[in-house]
Ligand binder design. Sequence first.
Ligand code: EPZ
Length: 426
Amino acid sequence: MDRFLIAGGEPLVGEVVVSGAKNASLPILCASLLTGETLQVSNVPRLRDVSTTVKLLRQMGVQIEHAGESVTLSAHSVERLEAPYDLVKTMRASILVLGPLLARFGEARVSLPGGCGIGARPVDQHIKGLQAMGAAIQIEQGYIIARAKRLKGARIVTDMVTVTGTENLMMAAVLADGETVLENAAREPEIVDLAEVLVAMGARIRGAGTDRIVIEGVARLGGAKHRVMPDRIETGTFLCAVAATGGDVTLRGARASTLDAVIEKLLEAGAGIESADDWVRVRVPRTSGQGRLRPVNIRTSEYPAFPTDMQAQFMALNCVAHGTSRVTETIFENRFMHVAELNRLGADIEIEGNTAIIKGADGLSGASVMATDLRASAGLVIGALIAQGETTIDRIYHLDRGYELMEKKLSALGARIRRVAGSGQS
Ligand code: EPZ
């Protein structure tokens, strides 16, 4: 398994281009199933989760040309209406084929996503919504078996705000008979991006980005061209890295308006941030040792509040702030696996229920640590960039799921980081 070797303590300076958003790309690629015509998607990041989605769709019979950041998909002859366990277990977002398969073909056999490090992450709300639209759904041997002659519009109130639940139900509704209203819908920018593609394909959607989305079903959808929005979590991750090490970096292509809560917290911590439509610049003077910042309390919540996907990265920043801070995780039940690893780097973090209490240390020092999930590994990279001395981060395949060329982008900013190809189990 590959690992990173990082010699920390360097400021980050220069420019970096933000990649397309992983969490917009995945549902948009699945939306290709909704039409027999061609969907051309650009600015798709080079990530493991993207190649897994392409592999899954190809297995179903979708014709796909995947070159660099462009993906062209034509689902005119889909034979296999199934998402098998061996693929779903590597990427839970495979569940996003369920809504489109039911909407266009009237049947689907999708493996239940297994457990995940950060939480149980059930998909009961996806199933409840599809049943409300008339789908007959059984669970057999770990698979969701779903059938529907033609889905019919319904008013659906999910028990909690669910991002992929909202995306699945929105995609199911675009070809349903009649009007669907999604109450308590997720408001993430990735949902707005998906709705833009669906509307370009001929769907009738109002309210994407609010907690009430109204979809008027149509008989069929056509092809479209779309450029994926910039990744707001990659942007936030780099902003936190620069704030933690001190430096001056401009993120090209970034969309500050999708990161208000994160930028607000970075300003509160004492970082200098400027932005325009398609760039964000972060500057933190190098004071004694690290860029000494103020401790900032964080409470994760649904968009537009502080995103759970930025919790580990901001915690790393708090590890060397001038005082004590509290980070409360309200979305997932086990998203503190990076705490023990950060403590190995010399952080002083205690967990009380779903809150971590971080006492700011004067600095961190290099050690061997292990990545456990995608965003935890991003937090460890930031910890390692702060630490004096060398840090080894094992199992960075977690990181490769959601960050394109992380080590190349950081090296270009002056970080001393390199990837060591691992062999077998580490
Ligand atoms: C999406 O996951 C993102 N993934 C996650 O990003 C992100 O952390 C999460 O939203 C929250 O923002 C993609 O978009 C591919 P949820 P999702 O359904 O849709 C519970 C990353 O790092 N729930 O909004 O799976 C669930 O257990 C990944 O890129 C149910 O109980 O998250 C959780 O506690 C990690 N039943 C809460 O709701 C359901 O049917 C929010 O989950 C659905 C969800």
